[in-house]
Design a binder for this molecule. Structure first.
Ligand code: APR
Ligand code: ZN
Ligand code: ZN
Length: 361
């Protein structure tokens, strides 16, 4: 039987989100209905609301979520009712070239839920990032559910579904940070701080946090940075070189998404170092570099998409590290809020006052 639940819906560009009663259908073949326990508020939710992603309004927002599988459709074998799961953006095909070569994050034949959740008048909702978890229950593809240890706090676990995974993965998967490496992280919001946590997990010796805001730098130190640089007051590239014996960092992670920080990342790496780009620029942004510098410097320039994560490998592993006290996911949960406080959480996020607000059900 289809069910009615409360959810946060964005109806039009710039309009405050509204709480609506939506209909969640029974799971069809390959689908699952998940009782959401927690869902973080991410910049991407705000971008949907601001019309920055696409125009398929109305959107059912929310995508950094963990919960309990309530029911599954035909043919679902990987998860079962009662499982504690973290949701991911895309159920990948497993068959295409990218999947077969072990890079499922580049799969373009994804199979998210076929059925749509609807408003009371039957209007179909577009779930944010194929999830839509600012809702008491949501319909997803079973392939978007990864089972993890149920003793983890749902608020902390859900964060692995997006921004925190993107940051940790930028360090451990894309950047391949190793023991003894020096790492610089430019931009210490939720994603940059998660990159710092990832670098620490990987055994980096020196972790240099760069931001333009002293408060953010204090948080970065709390998360695990060993040095901080305010790039409004000091030249970030020079300072990173100084702190790395004149060489530059082995791995530089850019988590802002602006030309000046891309440029800093490019020059702050050791000649053989790696630049990992996580910050998402806008279409009009450009960066001009002397070709001799591009040619003359070794190393590599990589972009990181969803932390190059494999949910089935990374989610359970990171939850285990969290349970062992080696990864402080709770540090990313600034506040827990109720479903009807998402709009206020957007404001606080915009003002840069929280790492993550998390809706707890
Ligand atoms: N130099 C250094 N830091 C900067 C600069 C700058 N020029 N401009 C902004 N920042 C800092 C901000 O002070 C803030 O701490 O970058 C941080 C950005 O953090 P958030 O806005 O919280 O964004 P976050 O969620 O961490 O995402 C960062 O990664 O995945 C992408 O789309 C995401 O592009 C975004 C980036
Ligand atoms: Zn997100
Ligand atoms: Zn595929």
């Amino acid at each position: 039987m289809a069910q009615q639940v409360k959810a946060v819906v964005a109806h039009a560009v710039g309009e405050p989100v509204r709480i609506e009663t939506i209909t969640v259908p029974d799971p069809g073949p390959g689908e699952a209905v998940v009782k959401v326990q927690a869902c973080g508020v991410c910049h991407t939710d705000l971008h949907y609301r601001e019309g920055g992603i696409n125009d398929e309004f109305p959107f059912l927002l929310g995508h950094e979520a963990a919960g309990i599988v309530e029911s599954v459709g035909e043919g679902v074998t990987d998860v079962a009712p009662g499982d504690f799961v973290i949701l991911n953006w895309r159920a990948v095909c497993g068959q295409c070239r990218a999947c077969r070569r072990g890079r499922p994050w580049y799969c373009f034949d994804t199979h998210n839920a076929k059925q749509r959740m609807t408003l009371a008048d039957g209007t179909e909702l577009t779930p944010a990032l194929g999830i839509g978890a600012f809702a008491e229950k949501t319909l997803v593809a079973a392939g978007q559910c990864t089972k993890v240890d149920p003793s983890a706090s749902p608020a902390a676990a859900g964060l692995l579904g997006c921004g925190v995974m993107a940051g940790i993965g930028a360090a451990i998967n894309t950047g391949n940070v190793g023991r003894g490496d020096s790492v610089a992280v430019i931009g210490c919001g939720g994603v940059g701080d998660a990159a710092i946590a990832g670098a620490r997990l990987a055994g980096a010796e020196r972790i240099i946090a760069v931001d333009i805001d002293d408060e953010k730098l204090r948080t970065a130190i709390r998360i695990g940075a060993t040095h901080s640089v305010n790039s409004r007051k000091e030249d970030a590239v020079e300072r990173i070189r100084e702190l790395t014996g004149g060489f530059g960092a082995d791995v530089v992670i850019e988590a802002v998404g602006r030309p000046e920080t891309y440029e800093q990342a490019f020059y702050a790496r050791d000649l053989a170092g790696t630049v990992v780009l996580v910050g998402v620029p806008t279409p009009e942004m450009k960066l001009e570099l002397p070709l001799l510098d591009v040619f003359g410097r070794g190393g590599s320039l990589k972009s990181s998409w969803y932390g190059d994560c494999l949910p089935s490998r990374d989610f359970p592993m990171l939850i285990d590290l969290y349970r062992q006290g080696r990864l402080d996911l709770d540090a990313f949960v600034t506040e827990t809020i109720a479903l009807d406080e998402v709009e206020q959480a957007f404001t606080r996020m915009h003002e840069g006052r929280v790492l993550r607000s998390v809706v707890q059900f």
